[in-house]
Design a protein around this ligand. Structure first.
Ligand code: BMP
Length: 208
């Protein structure tokens, strides 16, 4: 089986981020980048990292359809294989992103991993938004495997990617058993003394 590990590359020094990515790449299904690295390295970071693994731009887009479209054009145009957007603004902004690149991935956030992160998110309603908006996948928290199971029931065969492993206390195997397709790991890899070995161990923990 291929890797089920996504690296959350929130390392803010672009050079160090690239060397972490290079070391971890053989064990990865993809690299997720978020605002901290994008703000330091700029959009060119996407193209650079895309040479190592598919890049998901975790922009947590939460805006009107026109603005969502403009953001998607920039991110997909830079070489992103996927974008993460919030589901709560409704299906319209998701569809606007999807229309920019129907052949790429779009993940909708259903509920979040931090303490209290589930408080304002209605799993059933937001899963319906994700499906209506044409999302190819969703984000659900490894810190609450029972929520992953509820999300799995609500989204059918959409891909579930699960953050909250390691630094936030979630367990990789529990997330997969609950219904996640891929796990997302950040600090436990990029802050490790040997990020390549840490990535290999997470992949091995899943039997990949
Ligand atoms: P870490 O493994 O260092 O905790 O990183 C988790 C990553 O997943 C971060 O990039 C964070 O923004 C993201 N994330 C999360 O932790 N919880 C969510 O509910 C949604 C996320 O995108």
């Amino acid at each position: 089986m291929g890797s089920r590990l996504l690296l959350a590359l929130d390392e803010t020094d672009p050079q160090r981020a690239f060397s972490v990515a290079e070391a971890a790449a053989p064990h990865l299904a993809g690299i997720k980048i978020n605002w901290p690295l994008l703000m330091q390295g700029g959009l060119e970071t996407v193209a650079k990292l895309a040479k190592l693994a598919p890049v998901i731009c975790d922009l947590k887009v939460a805006d009107i359809p026109n603005t969502a479209r403009l953001i998607a054009e920039a991110a997909y145009g830079a070489g992103a294989a996927g974008i993460i957007a919030h589901a709560f603004p409704g299906a319209g902004p998701l569809r606007a992103i999807r229309d920019v690149a129907p052949d790429r991935d779009l993940y909708a956030v259903i509920t979040m991993s931090h303490p209290g992160g589930g408080e304002f998110f209605d799993i059933t309603a937001l899963a319906a938004v994700a499906r209506d908006g044409g999302a190819t996948g969703v984000v659900a928290p490894a810190t609450r495997p029972e929520d992953i199971t509820a999300v799995r029931e609500a989204v059918g065969d959409l891909k579930i990617i699960a953050p909250g492993i390691g630094a936030q206390g979630g367990d990789p195997r529990a997330a997969i058993t609950a219904g996640a397709d891929l796990i997302i790991v950040g600090r436990a890899i990029y802050q490790a003394e040997d990020p390549g070995a840490a990535a290999r161990e997470f992949a091995a923990a899943l039997g990949d």
